[in-house]
Structure formats: C-alpha cells, structure tokens
Write a new protein. Structure first.
Length: 320
C-alpha cells in the first residue's frame, strides 16, 4: 500500500498533524486542509496576493505561495520551544487566497475587507499571508467592525508606515496613519518594533527601535509590550523586513541593522498569554530571496503566531 499523501485535500479531521514528504503532495500552509467551510475552524490561513501598493521592488503577490511551499518543512508536530503541537488545540484550515482583480486596483481594499469580514463572521480568526503591507489596513477595518473597539497593534517592521496622508493613497507606507486616525487602533496601547528609518510624528505609538531591541533581551522587550497592551484585543502584523536582510533578503524594501530571526521568535514566544485576536505576515518577495531563507523565516514566524494564538488569553474562556 502506498504512503498516504495530499493531506491538503484528503484530511478528514481538522485537528492533529499528519506527516508527508516535504517534497511532494498538494501544497497548503503547514499541510492543513484546504477548505471554504469554516464551521469547525478556529483559524483560517489565507493569502492576500496583492502588491500594487509597493513603493520599491514589486513581487510580494507571490509571497503566499512561497510561504506555503516553505511551510512543508515545518509540518512535523510539536513545535520546539513552545512544547506543543498547535494543531492539537486549534482547528486550522488553509482558506486559499483572496480574489483580487488587478485591472481594478481601486477595488482591492474593499475586496480584502470583505474577504476577511466573511471569515470573522463565522467566529473564526485569520492569519493572513501577504502581499504588501497595505493589506493590513482593510484587514483592520474588518476586525474593528467585528470587535467594535480600538485594538492594540503590535507591529514588527523596519518602517513606521504612519506617513501623513490626506489623499487616501493606497500605499504601504501610510496605512497605520489612517488606521490610527480612524480609531481602528489605539496608538497609546500599541507598539512598533524594529524601526530603523525616520518619521516626523509617531502618532503616540510606543516605539522600540532596532537599537533598543539589540541592547536588551527579548524577554525584557516582551514584558514591556505586555504592560503596554494589557488585556486589550491585539492584532499582530509582521513585516518580514523587520528582520535584517541577512535573514530575509527576499523583500521589497530591505534595511540593514534589523532583528535576527532568533530575536523575533523569542519576542513572540515571550508574549504568550496576550489577547491576540488576529495576525498577518507580509512583504515576502521570493524573486529576491536566496535559498528560500526568507520564505522559511516567514513560515516559521507564522507558525509561532499560530502557537501564540493557541495560548491567547481569550481562548482560556472560549473555544469554538
């Protein structure tokens, strides 16, 4: 009898981990079942293959596919340092990608918001794989409608993405300016990490730039984040260019002096217990990658985000 494979389409139970060769089988994120049925799902992993808001090198629309491919190297079971298999606790599906018509770029924000709103309406969280960082803005709109409150943003990046914009640009450098001004997020209870560019006005965000992070232990950084966000609903957005280009060359706007993959993982792991309600990982551009290390870093960090969600404070009182 041949070895079972193609679990992305043949899996019957959403829980648990089944191992198949990394080099074979239908691709999905971490070998989870492809499904549009979210009835029993806790988290929907979905790609947002959009990169028309980029200001530098294009190609992030290919990010979701490359992250899925790299994730096949990680679908083994218990995650080291977390000490558990998140898929024993979370029912996770690969929901496929958001359909975006590139001939109608002005409609993209609306389509992304509707896509995520549909997921949230079924009592399911989202882990979105970008795509450029603009996608977080319509995602936050969907979450704000769901939760009816300003969320805390935990923002890993090299860039602030809060450039003043009065024209409503579809741009990956202005979306958190609009999110703050529209009350989608609460800057005073939000944190930006890894910044190593300049901005005139931080809009009240707590900024832990790269120098601060390099000068302190990840556990200390995480402790400060927890004190700032408290029990507020948190959305985590991770721009892969938060990592130094040595660890993530495959991105559109690389900036030297960034975090190591290890530092980023240690901070995420030390945030266990926060009230995280949604997540994304963006700006992977595989055309500029080397030996797929950026896609592997992205897939690994996305797995950490799932583990963090499995340990979220709200899951202690509610399970689907």
């Amino acid at each position: 009898m041949t070895r079972p494979t193609d679990f992305a389409i043949t899996r019957e139970n959403l829980l648990g981990t089944d191992i198949e060769p990394t080099f074979a089988g239908v691709l999905s994120f971490l070998r989870r079942k492809y499904s549009k049925d979210l009835t029993y799902a806790d988290v929907a992993v979905t790609g947002i293959p959009y990169d028309l808001a980029l200001s530098n090198r294009a190609g992030a629309r290919m990010g979701p596919r490359s992250i899925r491919a790299a994730s096949s190297n990680l679908a083994w079971g218990r995650v080291a340092h977390w000490g558990f298999d998140p898929f024993e606790q979370l029912a996770v599906v690969d929901y496929g990608d958001c359909g975006i018509d590139t001939s109608l770029p002005e409609r993209a924000p609306e389509h992304i918001e509707q896509h995520v709103s549909h997921i949230l309406a079924q009592d399911c969280a989202s882990l979105c794989l970008g795509g450029d960082h603009f996608i977080t803005y319509p995602i936050l709109k969907a979450y704000a409608k769901k939760f009816g409150t300003a969320m805390s943003l935990i923002h890993f990046d090299a860039h602030y993405d809060t450039w003043n914009d009065s024209t409503g640009k579809i741009d990956h450098g202005t979306m958190f300016y609009h999110a703050a001004k529209e009350g989608l997020i609460e800057p005073e209870r939000s944190v930006q990490l890894g910044m190593r560019t300049s901005i005139d006005d931080t809009l009240g965000f707590h900024v832990f730039d790269n120098n601060l992070i390099h000068a302190n232990q990840p556990a200390y950084i995480a402790k400060q984040i927890k004190q700032i966000v408290g029990d507020n609903p948190c959305y985590i957005t991770f721009d892969i260019d938060c990592l130094d280009p040595a660890y993530a060359p495959g991105t559109g706007t690389p900036v030297v002096g960034g975090l190591s993959t290890y530092q980023a993982q240690q901070i995420l792991r030390a945030l266990e217990g926060i009230n995280v309600v949604g997540m994304d990982l963006v700006e992977v551009s595989p055309a500029y990658d080397s030996a797929e290390i950026t896609s592997l870093a992205a897939a690994s960090l996305a797995l950490d985000l799932l583990c963090l969600y499995a340990k979220a404070s709200h899951r202690n009182t509610h399970n689907k």
